[in-house]
Design a protein around this ligand. Structure first.
Ligand code: SF4
Ligand code: SF4
Length: 118
């Protein structure tokens, strides 16, 4: 069982994508990018990117420190489909490939871009 944290687009979450219901659904069914985790997943955290203009690194650092304080382990980080959409259809300043690489290097965790195709 992989313990997953998802980073969301702060402009989309709860505005165009309500309650993160899609990611809860996809993770429970093993749909989309969650299919990569064959043995199933447990969502342990969902947090905003830090908002524009792309404060994803300090925000992730803060969340990982709080997770550590609460003794919550994270195995994998996903960049939500909301971030992918913000990148493709709006003016999101985050370079997702670069952000994934930076998060992977800083926190030693695999990072998967995207979460579902709903
Ligand atoms: S794509 Fe997923 S993480 Fe992003 S807002 Fe929608 S449900 Fe939440
Ligand atoms: S930086 Fe990108 S992902 Fe974050 S709120 Fe702005 S548009 Fe959304």
């Amino acid at each position: 069982m992989k313990r997953i944290a998802i980073i969301t687009c702060s402009k989309i979450r709860d505005i165009h994508c309500m309650g993160c219901l899609k990611c809860f659904k996809a993770s429970s069914k093993g749909d989309g990018e969650f299919a990569a985790h064959g043995e199933g997943v447990q969502l342990v955290g969902i947090f905003g990117c830090g908002d524009c203009p792309g404060l994803v690194m300090p925000k992730t650092q803060l969340v990982m420190e709080v997770a550590d304080y609460h003794e919550i382990d994270v195995d994998v980080i996903h960049l939500g489909t909301c971030m992918v959409k913000a990148n493709k259809t709006a003016s999101c300043p985050i370079d997702l490939d670069k952000a994934a690489e930076m998060i992977k290097n800083k926190f030693g965790l695999p990072v998967i871009i995207g979460t579902h195709n709903y």
